[in-house]
Ligand binder design. Structure first.
Ligand SMILES: Cc1cc2nc3c(=O)[nH]c(=O)nc-3n(C[C@H](O)[C@H](O)[C@H](O)COP(=O)(O)OP(=O)(O)OC[C@H]3O[C@@H](n4cnc5c(N)ncnc54)[C@H](O)[C@@H]3O)c2cc1C
Length: 370
């Protein structure tokens, strides 16, 4: 983490070793396209059928069935709605409108090949050391990290700031001049990098209040991912939480693959996931205010604390350096949590199988996504 104005390093949170040794998994930066490709390959291997250009316009939760804009109707035993931040299924589950809540902030995202920045001495470290570089400043932050591109290494920059977008627009191709103007007083390396940028993407940031339930009373429709728990991206955990949801729901359906056990499966799914997702969402919001303090007494106190508390500590004021929070976040083992829950609850086992993990259930499932 660095001071916004000059890039002075305030604190380092070395996660590489704990990720390997304590959390038993590497800490990776993955391009969204690669993640999508991996998920597509896994789904195809499991026999899922994919329908593209099939926006769902209606859900009948009693059957359950869904109707696409092309007029096709699909029926199933269970609909798993993963239709994201602006989910239409959320309204069906809640029985009333549940739009996401604007945070008043937005991001500009800039991705470019590191080769474009080669030979610029002050940028050398940023384009060669794999880590999160996090500038923290008044009402905004900048995060940069390296990604594997198709043929070359990329660098991604995420600029977060107060909204500077027309009303009603949630996402658009942006203007490099606007980013340069908004961040002109920041670490001079930023403007140096922005000289080489062509394309900027802009997103408005939303969150959502904790939902009382992710399951429709019919027990035939449930929410997953951002549809269930849209959260701010300040801790970069939204997709991670969606993937944890799917591990739990997939694990439960594999163990209890009958229509009769669906209500219990869905109840267990909620019990295992709602509180955890809400806790991470609230930590993410807390992180916004910790990292975006305007310059002044509080910020000076924060910076002094960070400078005198390098590394990962129990009780650290910075959540990214706080041992107990990191243990909870990265030490979470979805399958172990599932096994613990099952052991602790009386679960009627009708035709269940022993192994936990992803697998094929005999239930017909429709996943609502594009
Ligand atoms: C700037 C930014 C940076 C982020 N960085 C990270 C990060 O580093 N790590 C991380 O874990 N998370 C990150 N996130 C959060 C992450 O992007 C989301 O949590 C994640 O994409 C949610 O996945 P999802 O599948 O639930 O929803 P989405 O990815 O939103 O997918 C929903 C899909 O459903 C489709 N859809 C919507 N309505 C319908 C309909 N009616 N019929 C059919 N299909 C429909 C949409 O077209 C879309 O394809 C970031 C978010 C932002 C905005």
């Amino acid at each position: 983490m660095m001071r916004w104005k000059d890039g002075q390093v305030l604190v380092e949170c070395p996660l590489k070793e704990p990720a390997h040794n304590e959390y038993k998994s590497p800490y990776w930066h993955i391009h969204r396209a690669d993640l999508h490709r991996g998920l597509l390959e896994a789904a195809t291997a499991l026999g899922c059928k994919m329908y593209l250009d099939s926006r769902v316009v209606k859900i009948d939760s009693a059957v359950p069935s869904l109707t696409t804009k092309n007029g096709e109707v699909h029926t199933a035993d269970l609909i798993v709605a993963s239709d994201g931040l602006h989910s239409m299924a959320r309204e069906v589950v809640m029985g009333k409108p549940g739009p996401p809540v604007p945070t008043g902030q937005m991001v500009y995202r800039v991705t470019l090949p590191v080769s474009k920045l080669k030979g610029i001495p002050e940028l050398e470290e940023l384009i060669s050391v794999p880590r999160n570089n996090h500038w923290i400043g008044p009402h905004g932050t900048i995060l940069s990290y390296l990604l594997e591109g198709v043929n070359e290494t990329l660098i991604n920059f995420v600029f977060t700031c107060d909204v500077n977008m027309p009303d009603g627009v949630n996402q658009k191709i942006g203007d490099n001049a606007e980013v340069r103007a908004s961040f002109k007083d920041w670490d001079p390396r930023i403007d140096k990098m922005l000289e080489h940028v062509d394309e900027v993407l802009e997103w408005r940031l939303y969150t959502h209040e904790e939902l009382p339930s992710w399951v429709h009373p019919s027990q035939k429709l449930c929410l997953i991912g951002d549809a269930a728990h849209a959260m701010t991206p300040y801790l970069a955990q939204g997709a991670a939480m969606g993937i944890e949801d799917s591990a739990i729901l997939g694990g439960l359906l594999e163990k209890y693959p009958t229509k009769e056990t669906l209500p219990k499966v869905l109840h267990a799914y909620e019990q295992l996931r709602i509180k955890r997702a809400a806790k991470v969402a609230s930590a993410s919001i807390e992180s916004r205010y910790f990292t975006q303090m305007p310059d002044g007494e509080k910020q000076a106190d924060r910076d002094e604390y960070l400078l005198s508390h390098p590394g990962i500590w129990k009780g650290h004021r910075n959540i990214r350096s706080q041992k107990e929070f990191l243990d909870e976040l990265f030490g979470y083992d979805a399958y172990a949590e599932l096994d613990k829950y099952i052991a602790a609850h009386e679960f009627e086992r009708k035709g269940g199988v022993e192994k936990s993990g992803f697998g094929k259930s005999s239930l017909e499932q429709v996943s609502l996504t594009a």
